[in-house]
Design a protein around this ligand. Sequence first.
Ligand SMILES: *Cc1c(COP(=O)(O)O)cnc(C)c1O
Length: 368
Amino acid sequence: MNDSGLGDGTRCVRGGHPEPVSGAPMLPGPVFAAPYHLGGAEGSGDSYGRAGNPTWRALEAAIGDLDGGRCVLLPSGMAAISTVLRALLRRGDALVLPGDGYYATRQFVREELTELELDVREIATPGPWTDDVFAGARLVLLETPSNPGLDVCDIAELAERAHRAGALLAVDNTTATPLGQRPLELGADIVVASDTKALAGHSDLLMGHVSVRDPGLAERVERARTLSGAIPGPFETWLVHRSMGTLDLRLARQAENAAALVAALRDHPAVSGLRWPGAPDDPSHELARRQMRRWGGVFRFELADAAAVEEFVRRSELVVAATSFGGLHSTVDRRAQWGDPVPEGFVRFSAGCEDPDDLVADVLQALS
Ligand SMILES: *Cc1c(COP(=O)(O)O)cnc(C)c1O
């Protein structure tokens, strides 16, 4: 079913589900089979669960519809990122990476791709995006809004400059989700994402995906998945599909909560460095408004030091310390503990789906 033209909520609810057939289940469950019966016409149906199965295809159809491309599911965000990097990069290639983005991406390149002797150029999301960043590059990876700093860069402009230099442009779209931003429509070649975060949104599984416009590239990524053997489990895949039905609702509440908290913390004496692209006075707001479709629930700020963050979490009734983001429950993560290049008191706050009044009251009392 092609749901293009329908609204986000409708597409989240209907995406990837079969046409109604009398007597068939309204919602198909996960298919766990390893081998499938053979003997039909060549190329008809599935043969083996590592190469493809109906549970993946249903979720891939739903996410691909939202991304505006062909989606290939991978078992985590890092599996999506590492599969794309391994599939595209050759010895000596130049690779542009976000210097302030998800730390494991840089670590993967540094530790697992050493044999490729890449020319790695780490550029912070706000730039400077000088011409020599692109010169001779094979692949440019952006992360916008960046995790954890929530800075934003101009996907359309940077895609055009990457293409002029002969490079492919990929965007890590984890923070925005496909409802918040459609990089393929803005000129990107590749979307990579961790669906562990807001897309699945219940903090109970890991998943990732790659979406591309070029069917040839999709087939390459599928082939890499089949041959590497690192595949998503059908049960987790089905849970993500089930969870995606409420993505529109969850994001709306998370963004409402983030807006309320950012307003409450703006002039708080204990808080500095507050950033959320959805705030009208945020330095990224104008650019974010041009390329994003809606806001998410993740913002960041600084308290005095690590002890102040610990005290805040201890006093809060509703906010727990946990890494990851985008779930139903509000969480904070002190990023310096993971080695992000940020101050000791820097926290990434993931607003959950609690009531805004409860959350604001709790956060303010925990900071008092
Ligand atoms: C979490 C995250 C990843 C990695 O995803 P996993 O599902 O944990 O492997 C990649 N990029 C960004 C921006 C993330 O936040």
